[in-house]
Ligand binder design. Sequence first.
Ligand code: NAP
Length: 318
Amino acid sequence: MSDVHDVIIVGGGPAGLTAAIYAARANLDPLVIEGFGAGGQLMTTTDVENYPGFPDGVQGPEMMEMFRAQAARFGARIEQVDATRVDVSETPFRVWVDDEEHRARSLIIATGATARWLGLESETALRGFGVSTCATCDGFFFKDKRMVVVGGGDSAMEEAIYLSRMAEQVTIVHRRDAFRASKIMADRALSLPNVDVRWNALVDEVLGDGKVEAVRIRDVVTGETEDLPAAAMFVAIGHDPATSLFAGQIELDEEGYIVTDGTRTNVEGVFACGDVQDTVYRQAVTAAGSGCMAAIDAERWLETADLEPATDAATASA
Ligand code: NAP
């Protein structure tokens, strides 16, 4: 049986590690179970130019290393292992890493979400070199160039609208003859003079040597292929929140995201932050901001909740 921590943080991206910095500085002895995918989506991001405080930009993995070092400096215990099971039916909450059980008076969930990819080899090879899932992050690098957006949902419309402000031309490639997106978003995208659509089209391959030069699409009706010249391809076919551990225990929306009020979930003492509960902003800086909020909310909740105090041994283990 393990000691009882004040707080366990599950997830080690910008949200989880910011929660760890705040929780550690508040003397809450946080244990961060950051997962094998430690660092989250920024680990596969090259230049980050929109995180305040880095006027010359920073590499995603380098920034996450700084987040970890800062959390560790204040005593957060960070374990690069996957949480395999969680029980929030009673306090202390329990989190398992295989057979090892950890207990805590409060829990912060920061397991994030992953963008869906098409699954093409050329897409993987050119990721970070013109292939991206985040227009806000990477659009600027391709200013005045032609760009392709893949998808037909609200995200694809949003990406196309955003990119139209800087691109020479944005071509939306959608696999059907109708958008899934809301009418208002679709109408807005289609009304833009530099946005066009290739309906009934699939991406066969991303072309380019070291950087994206064109996108090969195939008409699913005629079978004909066409190479669209483009400097970038933005894949906007949805995200998958990492919430399988919590299904049936914590309220999720129909897409699988954790439902939050601020950072509070429907289970008292369990908080969520970052992309696992955010379908709107999905930025490193907003994830970090909500991580800070979750740690402060957990701290205030611990102060007022009628709970057994954390054990001395857990406090000493930090
Ligand atoms: P989504 O609604 O699930 O749309 C995904 C789109 O990608 C669909 O058009 C789908 O095609 C296409 N797609 C999926 N897999 C594909 C593949 N392998 N190859 C080619 N195309 C593929 O996802 P989303 O756009 O990210 O939106 C998720 C949720 O967030 C929605 O509820 C949305 O309304 C919401 N959202 C709202 C806003 C806003 O209101 N501002 C902005 C963004 C997102 P099919 O249509 O053929 O299935």
